[in-house]
Design a protein around this ligand. Structure first.
Ligand code: FES
Length: 109
């Protein structure tokens, strides 16, 4: 696995998120209770940018239709809705992270 530096770890405070674009990817990086997580930024439903959604604890909400994703695992924890219709949305990919010399690195394929 190839690890790529995406930011200086201490530039992200607890409860914050940032969008990073290593290579051809767009990732949402979050810091929750002192730990860092990286998932794909693009909602699989209709491409909502998760960075533009609300971060609540370890959950980020898609700004388009409200699907909730766990930032630790990328798994959907609550389906969004359009009007009264509950959506079936796929999970997003979660990436391994590590800190080296104060830098946050994300493991890409
Ligand atoms: S685009 Fe994310 S739930 Fe529809």
């Amino acid at each position: 696995m190839r690890y790529v530096k995406v930011l200086q770890a201490d530039s992200l405070q607890d409860g914050e998120k940032i969008k990073v674009t290593p290579g051809d990817k767009a990732l949402l990086v979050t810091r929750v209770q002192g730990a860092y997580y990286a998932i794909d930024n693009r909602c699989p439903h209709m491409g909502g940018s998760l960075y533009d959604g609300r971060l609540e604890g370890d959950t980020v909400l898609c700004p388009k239709h409200g699907t909730a994703f766990n930032v630790r695992t990328g798994k959907v924890t609550r389906n969004g809705r359009i009007a009264f219709i509950s959506l079936k949305v796929s999970d997003v990919k979660a990436y391994p992270v590590k800190i080296e010399n104060g830098d946050l690195l994300v493991g890409l394929d």
